[in-house]
Each structure stands twice: as structure tokens, then as C-alpha cells.
Design a protein around this ligand. Structure first.
Ligand code: BGC
Length: 249
């Protein structure tokens, strides 16, 4: 099969690379551009085009989106331009790139990669992958099967959208120490644990690189809590897996 390409569209950056699906890793160093502000469909389509062109890629492309995506269509956009809502993103990317395109939620993509190749590998039962970045993303698995678009970052915590209190961006916005941020993450994990009783919680997103700073501050709980292994590449790898149709194999 032709090489499969993954693109991760985030609130601050758009990054992509061809992916080695067997090893679950990037086949080349990724290329990143800043997410245009405002992140309108036109400007994001152009930025994605630039990332894919950087590699001269011809073949299937998987793309993540930081919102609910059903059958390639965008239903929510909490941290990017609301102009995306209702659009057939898969169709728009296909037209822009003239390549087969698959679009899925960013946390779902990261989760697929972690469960197949990373911290959730060979784990049965309920596994919850949470990504802490601009928002909080969630990917819920039961025996390796994903329930897409769970959106657990928008659970209510202390009367607020949980991601407003406990995302990585909230830590920066409120200039919280790692220990103080961990108090908020703990509260959030208590809530998701109460609702879903996962056996394993994988902490992903950009902040997973700094796991030594906050994991020691998290309290013991029934679920095992571990850092993501693919770090910030999980979205790219998971997007390519989805495009290759290999996600559930
Ligand atoms: C969005 C989710 C997304 C998460 C992480 C949330 O605000 O609603 O769809 O997965 O941010 O980007």
C-alpha cells in the first residue's frame, strides 16, 4: 500500500508526517505549522495543504480535528473556529488535497495509537486515554474497541466545563504550580473514574512529556494511571491508522 500520512490539527499547531503503520511511529520527522488564527476552514485547509506538500505525499491522508466528528462531518468546535460546525471536513480535505481523506476526533486518534502501540497495548477491559492540551480530549475503549466522541473534557467540574479548570492551557493561564494543577487533575480523574471505572487511564497530550512533574502528585486510585508512550505523535499515528482502515485490526 502507498504510504499513509497523518495530520494532527490542534488549537495551536498543525503537524503531519508519513507514518510507519507496522511500528506505529513516524516514518520521517514531522513538519509543523502554527494553526492560523482565526482557524477558519479556508485557512486551515491551506495550512494542511502546506504540511502535506512538504513531503510531496501522494496517498491516503488521515486527519484529526479537535471536536466531534461523525462520518467526516464536524459537529462541535470548542477550541477552533465555529465556522467548521456542520461542514463535511473529509470532503473538503479530499477536494483540497485531491487525495483520499479520513477525519476523526483528535483524542480518539491519539487513543487508537496508544491502545495499539503505546501505553494501552495488550490491555483488556476499560481503558481511558485523556489528552491534556488546549482542551481535554478523551478516548474510551472497552477491550480495545473505541466508543468515539466521548467528549469527557466537557464534564462539569465545580460548576465549570472541566477543561476550563484542568487542561494544560488552564495550568498556564492561571500560572499554577505542577502540584496545584495536579489537585485539579485529581478532582477530574475522580469524576471520570466514578462514571466509567476504567482499569487504566493513559495521560496524553503535550503535557505527557512532563509527566515526572505531575504524576507523583496524583493520589492513588483504583485505576492505574500512566503517561502516554507516543507522546505528542499519537494523534498523527492514530490519524494514519484510521486512514489505512487498520485501526480496529
Ligand atoms: C473538544 C474535543 C477535543 C479536545 C481536545 C475539546 O474541547 O471538544 O473534541 O478532543 O478538546 O482537543
Amino acid at each position: 500500500m502507498a504510504a499513509v500520512f497523518g495530520v494532527d490539527i490542534g488549537g495551536s499547531g498543525i503537524k503531519g508526517a508519513p507514518v510507519d503503520l507496522t511500528g506505529g511511529q513516524l516514518a520521517e520527522e514531522r513538519h509543523k505549522v502554527l494553526t492560523p488564527q482565526p482557524s477558519t476552514p479556508e485557512s486551515v485547509l491551506a495550512a494542511v495543504h502546506e504540511v502535506v506538500d512538504h513531503f510531496g505525499h501522494r496517498g491516503p491522508v488521515g486527519l484529526t480535528f479537535p471536536g466531534v466528528v461523525v462520518d467526516g462531518r464536524i459537529q462541535t468546535a470548542a477550541n477552533v473556529s465555529k465556522d467548521w460546525i456542520g461542514l463535511d471536513a473529509a470532503g473538503l480535505f479530499r477536494e483540497e488535497l485531491d487525495l483520499p481523506c479520513t477525519v476523526l476526533n483528535d483524542a480518539d486518534a491519539a487513543g487508537l495509537a496508544e491502545v495499539r502501540h503505546g501505553a494501552g497495548r495488550d490491555r483488556s477491559g476499560v481503558v481511558l486515554v485523556l489528552t491534556f492540551g488546549t482542551g481535554i480530549g478523551s478516548a474510551l475503549f472497552s477491550d480495545g474497541v473505541l466508543v468515539p466522541n466521548t467528549e469527557l473534557g466537557h464534564l462539569e467540574l465545580r460548576g465549570k466545563d472541566a477543561e476550563r479548570r484542568a487542561s494544560s492551557a488552564a495550568r498556564e493561564r492561571h500560572e499554577l504550580s505542577w502540584a496545584d494543577w495536579a489537585v485539579r487533575v485529581n478532582e477530574y480523574l475522580d469524576l471520570v473514574e466514578m462514571l466509567f471505572s476504567p482499569q487504566l487511564i493513559v495521560i496524553g497530550g503535550g503535557v505527557s512529556r512532563k509527566h515526572d512533574k505531575f504524576l507523583p502528585h496524583l493520589t492513588d486510585r483504583p485505576a492505574e494511571v500512566v503517561p502516554a508512550l507516543l507522546r505528542n505523535d499519537a494523534g498523527i499515528v492514530g490519524a494514519a491508522m484510521a486512514a489505512a482502515g487498520s485501526a480496529g485490526e
